[in-house]
Design a protein around this ligand. Structure first.
Ligand code: NAP
Ligand code: ZN
Ligand code: ZN
Length: 361
């Protein structure tokens, strides 16, 4: 993707910007390091947020290392980060949703076309036209590429700003903006609840939120993990133990797969009951192999799901506010981000790194 041409024309129509400190990757193989981005001065409908915390999603790592090149090639320098919580420091005169001093949040989207069927249905993540991702998207105002939350500030149209319920810890709430909504949305879509046996595959950032939500919705929850020491579910099944897996054949109503690396889907499909569904949210770059018979024999379904719309994200945040749900986090300084990525690759985090953005100031 080359956004340079767009940049030349668009900057002239909205030239007022201010510098914001950030951390960026300059190439697929370089570490992240200090970088300065230009943010637009808030327009009437915009909210300027001083970023306090930003979660570290495995998608940040996939994107920074250009592992999704076939689908969404990375534009460098790349400033990742889409689990943003901060303090509102300035609002345009048309803004109604938040006011100066509020704690607000931004997730994976900062704009969409707002007119297609998906947008009108509140499913902006499936926008049929020009959805704008928080980073590595096309900046419709300034031109060029969007820069994410590994930064000290961000300016976002209020339609894509979320309210953080009072009482939720701001750092623990940051991962709700991606890991939270990405698991909440499919669990709601497939009506997970009481009387169901539900599996969560992979206890990382997404998986541990999926586990919390599935439990909060009243399901019996089993965790499939490659890390024998991980716990927290009604049952823990070590997925490399085929005898342990076999004991659960044809018994699950729903399985949510939140794994970041290549693994065999068929081993999980056979654990679904008649009409059971397995939904993929994990996004390893390589295409997977599916054994048709695993689906045919019990009318099983294999599905996928992307993050969640703005309305659903606010619903999820409100639900977390009522139930006191936040992520289990390890707070890091921005200068530790490259080590954090290496640890993420070893599944060595319980269960989400969150950057304390004070370390950037
Ligand atoms: P994460 O924190 O790194 O967690 C991934 C987990 O997968 C690990 O903790 C590990 O769990 C398991 N795992 C890792 N390597 C494995 C392997 N080789 N075989 C089997 N299991 C393995 O990552 P995350 O931030 O939760 O993200 C997970 C995936 O979801 C990423 O691919 C990310 O890009 C994607 N994602 C998708 C969406 C969407 O909209 N669909 C949104 C956000 C993220 P155990 O130690 O328990 O085995
Ligand atoms: Zn994410
Ligand atoms: Zn749209």
């Amino acid at each position: 993707m080359d956004y340079t041409a767009a940049k030349a024309t668009k900057e002239s129509s909205h030239p007022v910007t201010f510098p914001s400190k950030a951390f960026a990757a300059r190439s697929a193989t370089s570490d992240l390091g200090p970088f300065t981005v230009q943010r637009r001065a808030p327009r009437a409908q915009d909210v300027q947020i001083e970023i306090l915390y930003c979660g570290v999603c495995h998608s940040d790592l996939h994107q920074v290392r250009d592992e999704w090149n076939a689908i969404m090639p990375t534009v460098y320098p790349c400033v990742p980060g889409h689990e943003i919580v901060g303090r509102v420091v300035k609002v345009g005169n048309a803004v109604k949703k938040v006011k100066e001093g509020d704690i607000a949040a931004v997730g994976c989207l900062v704009d969409s076309c707002r007119t297609c069927a998906s947008c009108l249905a509140g499913e902006e993540q499936y926008c049929e036209n020009t959805m704008t991702l928080t980073y590595n998207g096309e900046d419709k105002v300034l031109g060029g590429v969007t820069y994410g939350g590994y930064s000290d500030s961000v300016v976002v149209d209020e339609a894509f700003v979320l309210r953080v319920p009072n009482g939720l810890d701001a750092a623990g709430a940051a991962p709700l903006l991606c890991a939270g909504i990405t698991t909440y949305s499919p669990l709601r879509q497939w009506k997970v609840g009481k009387g169901q046996k539900v599996g969560i595959v992979g206890l990382g950032g997404l998986g541990h939120m999926g586990l919390k939500f599935a439990k909060a919705f009243g399901a019996h929850v089993a965790l499939f993990t490659t890390s024998p020491k991980k716990s927290g579910a009604d049952e823990v099944i070590v997925s490399t133990d085929s005898a342990a897996m076999q004991k659960h054949a044809a018994s699950f109503h729903f399985i949510l797969d939140a794994v970041s690396a290549d693994h065999d889907l068929n081993a999980y499909l056979q654990l679904l009951k008649l009409d059971g569904t397995m939904t993929l949210v994990g996004a390893p770059p390589k295409p997977r192999e599916v054994d048709s018979f695993k689906l045919i024999m019990k009318r099983r379904r294999l599905a996928g799901s992307a993050i969640g719309g703005i309305r659903k994200t606010q619903e999820m945040l409100n639900f977390c506010g009522e139930k006191g749900i936040t992520a289990d986090i390890e707070l890091i300084q921005i200068q530790q981000i490259n080590q954090a990525y290496e640890r993420l690759l070893k599944s060595d985090v319980k269960y989400r790194f969150v950057i304390d953005m004070a370390s950037l100031r």
